[in-house]
Design a protein around this ligand. Structure first.
Ligand code: S3P
Length: 435
């Protein structure tokens, strides 16, 4: 379905964004292999997180869902309590579901096949196949192309000490989860820290897991066999979803927006740092801890922005926010250079290509590079037709750019926002001030 976004004068008011996608996935997965009932509130009821629930239902786990209040109770069965699925586990569009479940399945005494949509079937799985095989796992790419569908067969696992070539929380989490079922300790080291929700949450469930900074980078280690115990969890709002509203308020003159209850785990807060460097005004208020994760309210005011250069360790902390950061850069004075972000090429779409194409269609000056983009800000953006390429983050980023464009923007396949934020357009409409 296409959607037309009209320009806005400003955005004003208050919003609470839905629960964090990464944390929601993990709460269900860890709850499933914990003993007892895990009660999750503010669960993200989006297509990706529902894919995770549906996979665990096929693995014999029961859920009590209250969709109207975003609550889920996972009736966990312990580390050895999953049962063989009678059909393929379908992970939809979700890389997190695919990669993390594979780690858990590698340790089971039954086989399974995982598959997803066309985007999942293009995404690289060699990054988990290689280390899992080093642990002894039976894992094959059915088409022999290192992509899904993946077939997992039972095999005894042993711990490894893995130096991960990419800072990827999905890879790290996959290996640590397999490590729960291995003989001996398992460690994963990454040069820059990727989001650490797995480490924090597994520790809350009672796993023996530790993290330390070493000369090689950030090292997380887990002991096998320690039973997990059910938890009550309240998921903070998703900073990746909040980023669209931050951007709208920053670029539309006269805007002021309060975004309540946003997760501000430091390994996810790169967007706040990048905005600060650009001259954007975001105040972090009432910082608190909620279920082992940091949360806060964010007060955002419209701001004159200027271009910046970003790369290195900041990139994993804002990897999903780069499309909306590119939109901010298009409205900033001067040039923004984004480097060290080649991982964007293997997300739901090739986000270097899809962001460049979408922004260029609106008249922005963007040059792609192998590992990022160069954006020359300040060119007025015009109304046009944008292909979301079925990528939720491209659709939401371009909807925000459209608010500050000179004419209406049509977004093709706009409903792909349901992957992470089903009520995105109505929430955005609720804040808009019309001319
Ligand atoms: C995620 C990790 C990131 C991120 C993705 C969610 C997670 O991927 O892009 O949207 O929940 O672990 P990588 O770990 O592959 O960088």
């Amino acid at each position: 379905m296409d959607r037309i976004i009209m320009p806005a004068v400003s955005v004003k008011g208050e919003i609470t964004v839905p629960g964090d996608k990464s944390i929601s996935h993990r709460a269900v997965m860890f709850g499933a292999i914990a003993e007892g009932d895990t009660r999750i509130s503010n669960y993200l009821m989006s297509a990706d997180c529902l894919s995770t629930i549906s996979c665990f239902e096929k693995l014999g786990i029961r859920f009590t869902m209250e969709k109207s209040s975003n609550s889920v109770t996972v009736h966990g069965k312990g580390l050895q309590g999953l049962s063989a699925p009678s059909e393929v586990l379908y992970t939809g569009n979700s890389g997190t579901t695919t990669r993390l479940i594979t780690g858990i399945l590698a340790g089971q005494n039954f086989g399974a096949v995982l598959d997803g949509d066309a985007s999942i079937r293009r995404r690289p799985m060699k990054r988990i196949i290689d280390p899992l095989r080093r642990m002894g796992a039976g894992i094959e790419s059915e088409k022999g192309n290192d992509c899904a569908p993946l077939r997992i067969t039972p095999a005894p696992l042993h711990g490894i000490d893995y130096l991960s070539p990419t800072a990827s929380a999905q890879v790290k989490s996959c290996i640590l989860l397999a490590g729960l079922y291995a003989e001996g300790k398992t460690s994963v080291t990454e040069r820059a820290l990727s989001r650490n929700h797995t480490e924090l949450m597994l520790s809350g469930f009672g796993a023996r897991i530790s993290s330390e900074k070493t000369p090689d980078g950030w090292k997380a280690s887990i002991d096998p066999g320690v039973p997990l115990h059910a938890c009550d969890l309240c998921v903070p709002g998703d900073i990746s979803s909040a980023a669209y509203f931050m951007a709208a308020a920053l670029i539309l003159p006269g805007s002021e927006l309060m975004i309540r209850n946003v997760g501000v785990n430091p390994s996810r807060c790169g967007i706040l740092e990048a905005v600060r460097q650009m001259g954007g005004r975001i105040r972090v208020l009432d910082r608190r801890t909620q279920g082992g994760e940091d949360a806060a309210d964010l007060l955002v005011s419209s701001s004159g922005l200027h271009g910046i250069e970003i790369g290195g360790e900041l990139i994993p902390a804002l990897i999903d926010e780069i499309p909306i950061l590119a939109v901010l850069a298009a409205f900033a004075d001067g040039t923004t250079v984004i480097r060290d972000a080649a991982e964007l090429r293997v997300k739901e779409s090739d986000r270097i290509e899809t962001t460049t194409r979408a922004l260029r269609a609106m008249g922005a000056r963007v040059t792609p590079s192998p590992d990022g983009m160069i954006i020359e800000g300040g060119a007025p953006l015009k109304g046009s037709v944008i292909d979301s390429c079925l990528d939720h983050r491209i659709a939401m980023s371009m909807a925000v750019a459209a608010l500050a464009a000179e004419g209406p923007v049509t977004i093709k396949d706009a409903d792909c926002v349901g992957i992470s934020y089903p009520s995105f357009y109505s929430d955005l409409e609720g804040l808009r001030i019309r001319g």
